[in-house]
Design a protein around this ligand. Sequence first.
Ligand code: ZN
Length: 347
Amino acid sequence: MAAELPVTCTRCVLPATFPGITFDAAGVCGYCQDAATAGSVAVARQQLRARMEAVIAASRGQGAYDCIVAFSGGKDSSYTLQSLVRTYQLRCLAVTIDNGFLSEQARTNCTTVTSALGVDFLMFRPAPTFMARMYRTSVTAGGVQSPAAIKRASAICNSCISMINTLMVTFAIQHEAPLIAGGYIGGQVPKDMAVLDLNLIQQERMRAPQQERYTQLFGPAAGHFFFIRQSLLQQHPNGHVTVINPMLTVALREEEILTTIQALGWQPSQDTGRHSSNCRLNDVGIAFHYRQHGFHPYVLELAEQVRAGLMDRAEALDRVQHIPDLATLTPQLAQIGLRPDGTAAPD
Ligand SMILES: [Zn+2]
């Protein structure tokens, strides 16, 4: 008798609905079969850390700031900021993009953590009308994001991240910072994001098709958020910035992260759902993603944490099997111009 296709991988938490997944007779998925051993993951992580530390050493003291930190007030970027300041003694400018859904607690955390660390802090809030259109279109227009992007995050998150990445590069050029740091953790982005040299002109050329698509979909204001001005690019002294994601170079359990940042006065938000510690729109992104693609947008990241031994499988399963209900998110839907059933409201 043929074995029944498992609902989820018996080793990690990837479901049968995940794009391109295969299972062996024991119900172990192709991602688990291809995964490197724990030992080689640890070696690779150490190599990434050495590379990152070399880049940090070479960058210190080169600009007005050493590093622009994409700082959301959430737990991972708070941990990242303290590590850059305390462990690596970088002169950081923490930049928060207020997307209109930043929880009050996250806003407080931004101030508390940057004050405790003695870090300069900047909050930038794009116009709510633009943000509403961007988010609404991301979930109602089909195929805004590539199939590869969809595996790792919801359409709402992908659009927002793309905008934030562009803004961080802009801030880095304006403030002459050679480094941009993010708080990505394992599984959220490919490993090469631990240390990534950006050739700015080449990068803008590569991104152009997707950025033009954003402009078509989100309106002319998108040009301002998704493109870096040529004149700005040309004033850059060497045309390069380096992106670092220090958390990809360490193996940390969530409890260790929380202990460290709580000592700085950081406190968890109560209104951001289970998967975010700063954004009240995140659950809307998850609910639409599940509805449209049949899997939870955090499942790849949680599967990787389970494989790495950083999260118990039962905990990860519990997190991906509870899908937020759009009916409980009516205020957020209204703020982006959607009706309670998720369809676009008439103008
Ligand atoms: Zn698996």
